[in-house]
Design a protein around this ligand. Structure first.
Ligand SMILES: [Zn+2]
Ligand SMILES: [Zn+2]
Length: 91
């Protein structure tokens, strides 16, 4: 039984909706192709230009946080291992 990480904003606990869409804006080096997509389906990778977003913006508190900090795992688990699995599953 694979347990999925819980995804929510590390600052305000807002959870992305199934129809939430992020915009590839020119905010990081190499980004800015204008694609709209659900960033947690691709582990932060823009499907338009292949840019991996370091930071992910919350639509509730409007703050950007490191993409990995949105994934929350049950305590006691090996976070690094599960983090890697989450990335591979998303590809
Ligand atoms: Zn892009
Ligand atoms: Zn937030």
């Amino acid at each position: 039984m694979a347990s999925q990480p819980h995804i929510h904003c590390p600052r305000c606990q807002w959870e992305p909706r199934i129809d939430s869409r992020w915009y590839c804006a020119p905010g990081e080096p190499g980004s800015g192709c204008g694609t709209r997509w659900h960033t947690f389906w691709t582990a932060g990778c823009c499907p338009g230009c292949g840019h991996f977003w370091e930071m992910t913006q919350c639509f509730s508190c409007k703050q950007s946080s490191p993409h990995q900090s949105w994934y929350h795992y049950p305590s006691g688990d090996d976070e690094a291992q599960r983090r890697q699995e989450a990335l591979e599953t998303a590809r």
